[in-house]
Design a protein around this ligand. Structure first.
Ligand SMILES: Cc1cc2nc3c(=O)[nH]c(=O)nc-3n(C[C@H](O)[C@H](O)[C@H](O)COP(=O)(O)OP(=O)(O)OC[C@H]3O[C@@H](n4cnc5c(N)ncnc54)[C@H](O)[C@@H]3O)c2cc1C
Length: 122
Protein backbone atom coordinates (compact mmCIF):
# COMPACT_ATOMS: atom_id res chain seq x y z
CA UNK A 1 0.00 0.00 0.00
CA UNK A 2 3.05 2.18 0.38
CA UNK A 3 5.43 3.00 -2.45
CA UNK A 4 8.60 0.94 -2.14
CA UNK A 5 10.91 3.88 -2.86
CA UNK A 6 8.87 6.91 -1.77
CA UNK A 7 7.52 6.80 1.77
CA UNK A 8 4.97 9.53 1.22
CA UNK A 9 3.13 7.84 -1.65
CA UNK A 10 0.32 5.36 -0.96
CA UNK A 11 -1.93 3.36 -3.24
CA UNK A 12 -4.99 1.19 -2.67
CA UNK A 13 -7.36 -0.61 -4.97
CA UNK A 14 -7.15 -1.28 -8.69
CA UNK A 15 -4.31 1.21 -9.14
CA UNK A 16 -1.79 -0.82 -7.11
CA UNK A 17 0.92 -2.74 -8.95
CA UNK A 18 0.12 -5.94 -7.01
CA UNK A 19 -0.47 -8.93 -9.29
CA UNK A 20 -3.71 -9.83 -7.51
CA UNK A 21 -7.40 -9.82 -8.39
CA UNK A 22 -8.74 -6.28 -8.73
CA UNK A 23 -11.71 -6.35 -6.38
CA UNK A 24 -13.70 -3.80 -4.42
CA UNK A 25 -13.37 -5.97 -1.31
CA UNK A 26 -9.58 -5.97 -1.61
CA UNK A 27 -9.58 -2.21 -2.33
CA UNK A 28 -11.37 -1.66 1.01
CA UNK A 29 -8.86 -3.84 2.90
CA UNK A 30 -5.96 -1.98 1.28
CA UNK A 31 -7.57 1.42 1.87
CA UNK A 32 -7.81 0.81 5.62
CA UNK A 33 -4.14 -0.23 5.78
CA UNK A 34 -2.98 2.78 3.72
CA UNK A 35 -5.06 5.22 5.80
CA UNK A 36 -3.92 3.79 9.14
CA UNK A 37 -0.27 3.64 8.09
CA UNK A 38 -0.51 7.26 6.98
CA UNK A 39 -2.09 8.25 10.32
CA UNK A 40 0.68 6.40 12.16
CA UNK A 41 3.30 8.26 10.13
CA UNK A 42 1.65 11.49 11.37
CA UNK A 43 2.19 10.39 14.96
CA UNK A 44 -1.17 8.75 15.77
CA UNK A 45 -1.04 5.85 18.22
CA UNK A 46 -2.74 3.36 15.91
CA UNK A 47 -2.30 -0.28 14.91
CA UNK A 48 -1.86 -1.00 11.22
CA UNK A 49 -3.62 -4.26 10.39
CA UNK A 50 -1.74 -7.04 8.62
CA UNK A 51 -2.53 -7.42 4.94
CA UNK A 52 -4.76 -10.49 4.68
CA UNK A 53 -6.44 -10.33 1.28
CA UNK A 54 -9.38 -12.51 0.36
CA UNK A 55 -11.88 -12.79 -2.44
CA UNK A 56 -15.43 -11.88 -1.43
CA UNK A 57 -17.96 -11.62 -4.23
CA UNK A 58 -21.70 -12.04 -4.51
CA UNK A 59 -22.91 -12.62 -8.05
CA UNK A 60 -26.51 -12.20 -9.12
CA UNK A 61 -27.65 -15.08 -11.32
CA UNK A 62 -31.09 -13.84 -12.35
CA UNK A 63 -34.39 -14.20 -10.50
CA UNK A 64 -33.90 -15.08 -6.84
CA UNK A 65 -30.57 -16.78 -7.47
CA UNK A 66 -27.14 -15.58 -6.39
CA UNK A 67 -23.87 -17.13 -5.31
CA UNK A 68 -21.55 -15.79 -2.64
CA UNK A 69 -17.86 -16.69 -2.79
CA UNK A 70 -15.38 -16.18 0.03
CA UNK A 71 -11.93 -17.56 -0.70
CA UNK A 72 -8.40 -16.91 0.48
CA UNK A 73 -6.66 -19.96 -1.02
CA UNK A 74 -5.12 -17.75 -3.69
CA UNK A 75 -3.26 -16.00 -0.87
CA UNK A 76 -2.14 -19.10 1.02
CA UNK A 77 -5.24 -19.43 3.22
CA UNK A 78 -7.57 -22.39 3.64
CA UNK A 79 -11.04 -20.85 3.38
CA UNK A 80 -12.97 -21.66 0.24
CA UNK A 81 -16.70 -21.11 0.57
CA UNK A 82 -19.39 -20.90 -2.10
CA UNK A 83 -22.99 -20.33 -1.03
CA UNK A 84 -25.62 -20.75 -3.76
CA UNK A 85 -28.74 -19.80 -1.85
CA UNK A 86 -31.54 -17.21 -1.56
CA UNK A 87 -29.53 -15.91 1.43
CA UNK A 88 -26.81 -14.82 -1.01
CA UNK A 89 -29.47 -12.94 -2.98
CA UNK A 90 -30.65 -11.19 0.21
CA UNK A 91 -27.04 -10.25 1.05
CA UNK A 92 -26.45 -8.87 -2.45
CA UNK A 93 -29.72 -6.93 -2.38
CA UNK A 94 -28.92 -5.52 1.07
CA UNK A 95 -25.38 -4.54 0.14
CA UNK A 96 -26.37 -2.90 -3.16
CA UNK A 97 -29.15 -0.91 -1.52
CA UNK A 98 -27.04 0.14 1.45
CA UNK A 99 -24.31 1.41 -0.85
CA UNK A 100 -26.76 3.18 -3.15
CA UNK A 101 -28.68 4.99 -0.40
CA UNK A 102 -25.53 5.82 1.57
CA UNK A 103 -23.62 7.24 -1.38
CA UNK A 104 -21.05 4.45 -1.57
CA UNK A 105 -20.31 4.14 2.15
CA UNK A 106 -19.63 0.63 3.43
CA UNK A 107 -22.18 -1.04 5.74
CA UNK A 108 -21.51 -0.67 9.49
CA UNK A 109 -18.84 -2.77 11.20
CA UNK A 110 -21.41 -5.01 12.95
CA UNK A 111 -22.95 -6.00 9.59
CA UNK A 112 -19.52 -6.86 8.15
CA UNK A 113 -18.68 -8.91 11.27
CA UNK A 114 -22.01 -10.75 10.92
CA UNK A 115 -21.07 -11.64 7.34
CA UNK A 116 -17.66 -12.90 8.54
CA UNK A 117 -19.36 -15.08 11.17
CA UNK A 118 -21.73 -16.47 8.56
CA UNK A 119 -18.93 -17.44 6.18
CA UNK A 120 -16.98 -19.01 9.07
CA UNK A 121 -20.00 -21.22 9.81
CA UNK A 122 -20.25 -22.50 6.21
C1 LIG B 1 -18.62 -5.14 -13.99
C2 LIG B 1 -17.77 -5.19 -12.75
C3 LIG B 1 -18.17 -6.03 -11.69
C4 LIG B 1 -17.42 -6.08 -10.53
N1 LIG B 1 -17.84 -6.90 -9.52
C5 LIG B 1 -17.14 -6.93 -8.36
C6 LIG B 1 -17.59 -7.74 -7.26
O1 LIG B 1 -18.60 -8.42 -7.32
N2 LIG B 1 -16.85 -7.72 -6.13
C7 LIG B 1 -15.74 -6.97 -6.00
O2 LIG B 1 -15.13 -6.97 -4.91
N3 LIG B 1 -15.28 -6.20 -7.03
C8 LIG B 1 -15.95 -6.16 -8.20
N4 LIG B 1 -15.51 -5.40 -9.25
C9 LIG B 1 -14.24 -4.69 -9.12
C10 LIG B 1 -14.42 -3.40 -8.31
O3 LIG B 1 -15.45 -2.61 -8.88
C11 LIG B 1 -13.10 -2.62 -8.33
O4 LIG B 1 -12.05 -3.48 -7.94
C12 LIG B 1 -13.16 -1.45 -7.37
O5 LIG B 1 -14.17 -0.54 -7.75
C13 LIG B 1 -11.80 -0.72 -7.35
O6 LIG B 1 -11.93 0.40 -6.53
P1 LIG B 1 -10.91 1.58 -6.71
O7 LIG B 1 -11.34 2.60 -5.69
O8 LIG B 1 -9.52 1.06 -6.67
O9 LIG B 1 -11.12 2.12 -8.18
P2 LIG B 1 -12.45 2.80 -8.82
O10 LIG B 1 -13.71 2.29 -8.17
O11 LIG B 1 -12.28 2.62 -10.30
O12 LIG B 1 -12.28 4.32 -8.42
C14 LIG B 1 -11.35 5.15 -9.05
C15 LIG B 1 -11.99 6.53 -9.14
O13 LIG B 1 -11.01 7.46 -9.57
C16 LIG B 1 -11.63 8.32 -10.50
N5 LIG B 1 -10.56 8.91 -11.33
C17 LIG B 1 -9.86 8.34 -12.34
N6 LIG B 1 -8.95 9.20 -12.84
C18 LIG B 1 -9.08 10.33 -12.14
C19 LIG B 1 -8.41 11.58 -12.17
N7 LIG B 1 -7.42 11.84 -13.03
N8 LIG B 1 -8.80 12.53 -11.29
C20 LIG B 1 -9.79 12.30 -10.38
N9 LIG B 1 -10.45 11.12 -10.31
C21 LIG B 1 -10.10 10.15 -11.17
C22 LIG B 1 -12.60 7.45 -11.27
O14 LIG B 1 -13.60 8.21 -11.87
C23 LIG B 1 -13.14 6.58 -10.14
O15 LIG B 1 -14.27 7.13 -9.51
C24 LIG B 1 -16.23 -5.31 -10.43
C25 LIG B 1 -15.85 -4.47 -11.47
C26 LIG B 1 -16.60 -4.42 -12.63
C27 LIG B 1 -16.16 -3.50 -13.75
Amino acid sequence: MRHLDRNNIYAAGDITALAQPKLGHIAIIQGEIAAKDFMKSLGEDIDVPAYEPEVFCIMNMGGAEAIMINDNTLFGGERSVALHSPLSKVMKWGFDNYLYYNRGHMPPEWALKLTDKLTEML
